[in-house]
Ligand binder design. Structure first.
Ligand code: DGY
Length: 460
């Protein structure tokens, strides 16, 4: 059995292995990609997560990782979810699918949608864990304008009604692509009306399934719809006022919005350290507004928080029991009664209290699929949010802290026993010689989260 020290070294080696050289605006840099096998570009929430692990091992590299990410920001403030590395062809869809270069600087190619907004949280985490005060200050001064522009963009275009909850317009923006939370919306996009050239492109060029079993990835119909949405938004010239009106997929996602809440708290904290107090108050208010709105998504009938389908004037709760229902813990939006219920549901063996918790869908739910991407497997990143969320409630409920520590230990063991995979079978321990890891191996954010968890256990 490996010691924690050996495990930490393995995590560092994976981050090193996934480091590539890039040139931005004529200058050479290094950046860490999620996986050499397929995810060969820079993803917004992956990079934010990677930088949070990296700060514990190479402080300066963590600063650069985030600053480089902001090089891909659009002139209107959008932080795209992918920043493409030139010349890489392993990933589908390719950079040219999006046609977004007129929105970016330095001719950088990006996607046109965003990811859960983890950027500010990562910047704050890095500052809380870095030691060089001057470099920290420089970093905050460099990155804050981009983060503020991103948040102002999201608030303006994704919450035009000013209700406190942002709207996402593509399942990829949720980070939980094929979650059963999205089935009812995606099924409204009739496959027969998707043009044949989109389907042919997906059939011919989709690459993720060439690397491993199709049972672990989103289905073919999912991909037809994902690409159909991109084509639609491209036709609307990436104008988010029009996109919000016309998209067949518009949701107030509780996971995305819990991160949004926490991210506004993070900007406010950074601004308190070095910035305008007036601006800090603005972001604090946004955070508070989102907290209240999240609390109100609770359904007494279903004992959970619900996403809200807001497509074309609808206002309909989506009550599927996935790990997203624990995310309002991370946002501090949970009442005492809700906390009791969430703690119970996290512990129940036939729901979320599995051998390797927390499954992405409750195991007794009809949509649960132990192998398929966000429909059952356990993901280190969402575990990390739930652990941090539970810790937020440690003064209110003694079980919250115990459960957070247990979940941290189990997540570390899951990685130690199986390897640094993208996601894991939640249902039982591995049979001898057989990994429970799935997706891509040597995965950067799994390595980064392991480093964060080891650090948390050590200092808690
Ligand atoms: C993928 O390709 O798996 C993503 O989730 C889209 O960013």
């Amino acid at each position: 059995m490996q010691t924690y020290f050996e495990l930490l070294n393995q995590a560092k080696e994976i981050l090193q292995h996934n480091t590539i050289a890039v040139t931005v605006d004529g200058k050479p840099y290094e950046r860490i990609i999620p996986s050499r096998d397929y995810y060969v570009h820079q993803w917004l929430w992956d990079t934010a997560g990677i930088a949070m692990g990296l700060v514990h091992v190479r402080e300066e590299a963590a600063f650069y990782e985030l600053l480089l990410l902001t090089a891909g920001q659009w002139n209107n403030g959008l932080m795209p979810h992918i920043i493409y590395n030139p010349g890489e062809t392993k990933y589908y869809p390719p950079a040219d699918k999006w046609q977004t270069t007129s929105f970016t600087r330095h001719g950088i190619k990006t996607s046109g949608i965003t990811d859960p907004p983890l950027l500010a949280i990562s910047a704050e985490y890095i500052c809380n864990h870095a030691s060089d005060e001057q470099k920290k200050r420089d970093f905050i001064n460099n990155i804050l304008p981009s983060i503020m522009a991103y948040h102002d963009h999201l608030k303006r275009y994704r919450d035009p009604e000013d209700c406190g909850l942002l709207t996402i317009v593509h399942p990829w923006e949720s980070g939980t692509d094929d979650s059963p939370r999205w089935d009812s919306l995606l099924n409204r996009i009739d496959l027969n009306m998707i043009p044949n050239d989109i389907k042919a492109d997906v059939d011919l060029n989709r690459k993720d399934m060439r690397y491993h079993g199709s049972q672990e990835r989103p289905t073919e119909s999912d991909y037809y719809r994902y690409i159909y949405l991109i084509e639609l938004f491209k036709d609307l010239s990436w104008d988010y006022t029009k996109i919000l009106d016309e998209t067949p997929f518009a949701v107030k996602d509780i996971l995305f919005n819990s991160i949004w809440e926490r991210a506004n708290e993070a900007i406010a904290a950074l601004l308190h350290t070095c910035g305008s107090q007036e601006e800090a108050i603005k972001y604090q208010r946004w955070a508070e507004q989102t907290r209240n709105a999240l609390t109100n998504t609770w359904s007494e009938e279903h004992n959970q928080y619900c996403d809200i389908d807001v497509t074309q004037g609808r206002h309909q709760a989506i009550a599927v029991p996935t790990n997203a229902i624990f995310m309002p813990l991370y946002a501090g939006a949970v009442t005492d009664k809700q906390l009791d219920i969430l703690l119970d549901r996290l512990s129940l063996a036939d729901e979320f209290g599995t051998e390797y918790p927390v499954p992405s869908t409750a195991i007794n739910n009809r949509y649960f699929d132990k192998e398929r991407y966000w429909r059952g497997p356990t993901w280190p990143i969402t575990n990390f949010f739930i652990i941090e969320g539970l810790k937020r409630y440690k003064a209110r409920h003694k079980n919250a802290d115990q459960l957070a520590n247990l979940l941290a230990i189990k997540t570390i063991q899951m990685i130690r026993d199986n390897g640094f995979w993208e996601y894991f079978d939640s249902t039982d321990h591995r049979t001898e010689g057989h990994t429970k890891g799935m997706g891509f191996s040597s995965f950067s954010w799994t390595a980064a989260i392991l480093i964060q968890l080891l650090n948390m256990i050590h200092y808690d």
